[in-house]
Design a binder for this molecule. Structure first.
Ligand code: DC
Length: 219
């Protein structure tokens, strides 16, 4: 029987990389909920420019857009109003506003509703910040994935450099810390480790080790 797996954790803990690998290995569908909040942030930036918008503008943008997840050779693509934004949502500009966007109640309401529907048939591995606490409280397996802030910043640094972005490691670490703080202290569904979640600290694990640890938990 295929299960429902919830993975939560702070930015850069390796959630999406690992969830994708485990999904492929076990034949599950991977749902990246951060990409959904990033899509709303992308739309807000497209519509209003860098910082010229109110919380009401953000809520309206979320209300009026359609987000569609599709799968191509096992990897997730995401489209906003029919436009493929899979790469565009990973830019530093989107990252810098996404925590603000994700803190707004109406945005979360719409995304959580979509996420619950996507997981309704099971066989799903979903990652985010509020998956075990809010989206899938009845998930069969709940994992809280984390790593030290230094290690998470290092991983993001390498990832962004590989994509050709010029980034500064110290600044990146500060940005990640600020995003963790915003995501953990917001009123609406903050990032929390629910009591029943299993803590997996990947600071000293490579990808294969972390993948094996998750597969073991699922099986
Ligand atoms: O995992 P990520 O970096 O792609 O997530 C982008 C932002 O979206 C992150 O700052 C927190 C927010 N987020 C959220 O509030 N709830 C989720 N379920 C997933 C992401």
């Amino acid at each position: 029987m295929k299960k429902v797996i919830a993975i939560d954790g702070p930015a850069g803990a390796g959630k999406s990389t690992l969830a994708k690998r485990v999904a492929q290995r076990l034949g599950y569908i991977y749902i990246d909920t951060g990409a959904m909040y990033r899509s709303v942030a992308w739309k807000v930036l497209q519509t209003f420019g860098s910082d010229n918008f109110t919380d009401e503008d953000i809520a309206a943008a979320a209300y009026n857009l359609t987000v569609a997840l599709t799968y191509e050779n096992g990897s997730q693509r995401i489209a906003v109003d029919g436009v493929d934004v899979s790469e565009a949502i990973r830019t530093p500009a989107v990252t810098s506003v996404v925590s603000r966007v994700a803190a707004i109640g109406q945005v979360r309401e719409k995304m959580v509703d979509l996420q619950k529907k996507m997981a309704a048939d099971g066989g799903v591995i979903m990652d985010g910040r509020d998956i075990a606490s809010k989206v899938l409280p009845n998930a069969d397996v709940k994992i809280f994935l984390t790593a030290s802030i230094e290690e998470r910043a290092n991983r993001r640094y390498k990832e962004l450099r590989e994509k050709g972005f010029a980034v500064d490691l110290t600044k990146l670490q500060e940005e990640i810390a600020a995003r963790d703080k915003a995501d953990s202290e917001r009123e609406e569904s903050p990032l929390v480790q629910v009591p029943e979640a299993i803590l997996l600290d990947t600071t000293n694990m490579n990808l294969n080790e972390a993948e094996a640890a998750i597969v073991k938990l699922v099986e």
